[in-house]
Design a protein around this ligand. Structure first.
Ligand SMILES: [Zn+2]
Length: 341
């Protein structure tokens, strides 16, 4: 007897139906089976072993079976609308997830978490995710996102890198592990504070957490940083934060209008920046004459062996208070990396 024959015989017997076509219909996913590595479950319709599958129940006969792989796929597919295009839906699901989570969580990781944690009431859409990488409706997708965002715990620094500063501004504790919903609430509360309250606290936190450790790891940078005025140090801190965000989003550091407030670079070792390329450093031996220099890019943390023309770069020595404030407000005066949708 072929494998296909075994499946047909089992399904028709379990559902008291005469044909395969009717026997695949009327099944409901009761719960998800997700086994640890190296453990396997045999599909009760065909014997094939699987790690991720489902316990399904037939509406009329109340028969239950554990199924995985193509058997689960076939049964779920019978419930799809007639013109359902899996690939189209899968793309739509991915687009929704990308919009909701950006670079924070990739769709595969999101799905895996749901397979392991989703409650019974969400077993049906999670089984669809396992089999097809997509769910049947936007309503199901929203329900999964809601569950994920309200239950999955993340280290608070993964969601809110400046958590300590945020807690200080808001005057409340932030637990070490938080959900996305909690993080969004904190960001909304933070965003409602005036910039004069937000900016200095978050800027100081960024300087301590990111800028100063990076600068002090290199003697030349440390010397140069020490020679800057407090205003120039604030400028460097704000530009480093904008550079980090630009690297994540692939956007310029700031608008051309904001960049127009900044002076041209001077000679000698210096920090420089270009709104489209990023923050950089020119060392003592990096000047090549004729306005050309090697620039060490902050985000790549290594010397770029291509030469830049300094006329397209901006300096931070001799910058204005208003120029620095504008940069700081953009860098530290708004919520960090989660999109509240
Ligand atoms: Zn099977």
């Amino acid at each position: 007897m072929s494998k296909q024959d075994v499946i047909v015989r089992n399904l028709t017997a379990l559902t008291h139906s005469r044909t395969f076509e009717t026997s695949v219909k009327g099944w409901k996913v009761k719960n998800i089976i997700s086994l640890p590595k190296r453990e396997m479950q045999a599909c009760e319709l065909c014997g094939t072993r699987f790690r991720e599958g489902a316990r399904i129940q037939h509406a009329k006969t109340a028969a239950t079976v554990l199924v995985g792989g193509t058997c689960l796929e076939t049964i779920l597919r019978s419930q799809f609308p007639p013109k359902f295009e899996v690939s189209e839906y899968r793309e739509r699901t991915f687009a929704v997830l990308r919009k909701a989570y950006g670079n924070l969580i990739d769709p595969g990781n999101w799905t895996r978490w749901l397979v392991e944690h989703a409650p019974k009431r969400l077993a049906q859409p999670v089984a669809e995710l396992i089999s097809f990488g997509t769910v049947l409706s936007d309503k199901e997708l929203k329900a999964l996102i809601r569950f994920h965002d309200s239950k999955r715990l993340f280290r608070r620094t993964a969601l809110l890198p400046g958590a300590q500063a945020l807690a200080k501004v808001l005057g409340r504790q932030i637990p070490p592990f938080i959900t996305l919903d909690q993080a969004r609430k904190i960001e909304t509360a933070f965003a409602s504070k005036p910039a004069r309250v937000q900016v200095p606290v978050v800027a100081r936190d960024y300087a301590m957490r990111v800028l100063q450790p990076a600068v002090s790891s290199d003697p030349e940078l440390r010397r140069l940083y020490g020679s800057l005025t407090p205003l120039e140090q604030r400028a460097l801190n704000g530009l480093a934060a904008l550079d980090e965000r630009a690297a994540l989003d692939g956007t310029p550091l700031c608008s051309a209008e904001v960049a127009a407030l900044w002076p041209a670079p001077r000679d000698g070792p210096m920090f420089v920046w270009n709104p489209k390329i990023g923050l950089g450093f020119v060392g003592l031996d990096d000047h090549l004459g004729n306005d050309k220099a090697y620039v060490w890019l902050w985000r790549s943390a290594r010397y770029q062996k291509c030469v830049y023309s300094m006329q397209y770069w901006l300096g931070i020595v001799g910058c204005s208070e208003i120029g620095v404030q504008t940069i700081e407000e953009d860098a530290f005066g708004r919520a960090e990396r989660i999109r509240a949708d």
